[in-house]
Design a protein around this ligand. Sequence first.
Ligand SMILES: Cc1cc2nc3c(=O)[nH]c(=O)nc-3n(C[C@H](O)[C@H](O)[C@H](O)COP(=O)(O)OP(=O)(O)OC[C@H]3O[C@@H](n4cnc5c(N)ncnc54)[C@H](O)[C@@H]3O)c2cc1C
Length: 391
Amino acid sequence: MYDIVIIGGGPVGSYLAGRLAEAGDKVLTLERKGELEEQVCCTGIVSWECVNSFAIDKNVILKWTDSATIFSPSGRLLRLQQEKTQACILNRAAFNLAMARQAQSKGVKYVLNCLVRDVQISHNGVSIKATWQEEKLTFKARAAVIATGFDSNFGERLGLGKVSDFALGAQAEVETNSLEGIEVYLGRKVAPGFFAWLVPLQPKRALVGLLSRHSPGLYLRKLISSLLTQQKITSVMEKISYRGVSLKPPARTYGLRLVIVGDAAGQVKPVTGGGIYYGLLSADIAANILHQALKTNDLSAKNLANYEREWKQKLGRELQIAYYARKLYEHLGDKQIDGLFDMMSSNGIVEALLKAEDLSFDWHAKAILRALKLTGRSILSKPFRRRGLLK
Ligand SMILES: Cc1cc2nc3c(=O)[nH]c(=O)nc-3n(C[C@H](O)[C@H](O)[C@H](O)COP(=O)(O)OP(=O)(O)OC[C@H]3O[C@@H](n4cnc5c(N)ncnc54)[C@H](O)[C@@H]3O)c2cc1C
């Protein structure tokens, strides 16, 4: 019997598996993909803070970046440039493999091509039913971790509720002319309620993608055609890939002998849809709580509730404020977004945010609240005041 079975060998599952094995627990990871370095629909941008905190293998970093240019619906632009390097772009498939290799070097066993179909939990243990090369297998463990990303309903089936809000992502790799840095495009015709991006990977290669509540492929094809006309890109290298992004956690992220981490737990920045750093931060917390629970043989829901308490202590307020900001942004029309651009550039709001070092790649609440304060008692700040988030 294993101490823990981790379902899902993405970055969050692999990191958690490695932490537990390092602490001496017997860990098995089940992954439905046949190869760990299979392409992932993800841009792979993470902060310097994330790279340092989790000692991300430098070999998987394609590029460092310290700026981004944001285009308003009417084409006005805002350049955000910070003195210190803020973020880097990972080779996302190589990152998955590197995280799994690290876990394997600490003793974690992986079964690939293994699609988990059912998880049964009792007071005596966990039983996981899976299909491996058409064979039906059952794995037994003392506890299970759901790290299956956006694309699963285990949380709901196990009575923890479902990710209660999400967006759809679409992305493709393209050939570019000369792209200096990251470009972000706003507007209801481009990516209604969300944003689109063009992110350089290597000389002449970039990722173009967007998030939307519906028809992401349709919007992305329109954007690609516009970028081709502008000669920002010269051709499309790969067909469009799709994946969902969790925006709001399920009601509960723990149960008897069970925790949920990463995208499956909605540990994702609601403004940008970035989930790698928050997932890893939460996996760290899960590793400490689970290891202790295994040691004391107390895998009760009451004890594992400490996991949720701790990750919400770290990320809860951030998720709440950023989620309200996201909902607010979704209601803005193109004219209002253009108006915001004017206000941000002419009132020195951007400079003030950059100077106060509030504009962090990972932590958005401070910048959101400061920006709202700088806009005065505007209609934008009302919902935040009503909920006591802004004085
Ligand atoms: C278009 C797009 C762009 C993004 N860009 C960024 C970005 O720039 N920066 C960032 O931080 N985040 C980004 N994200 C989000 C990021 O990709 C996720 O937050 C991250 O992958 C979460 O990691 P995870 O390990 O929780 O889940 P995943 O990476 O989804 O891994 C889950 C794993 O579980 C496996 N699995 C699922 N179900 C089963 C099953 N039943 N049995 C066995 N295995 C199973 C899957 O095959 C997968 O390997 C983006 C997302 C999208 C859609």
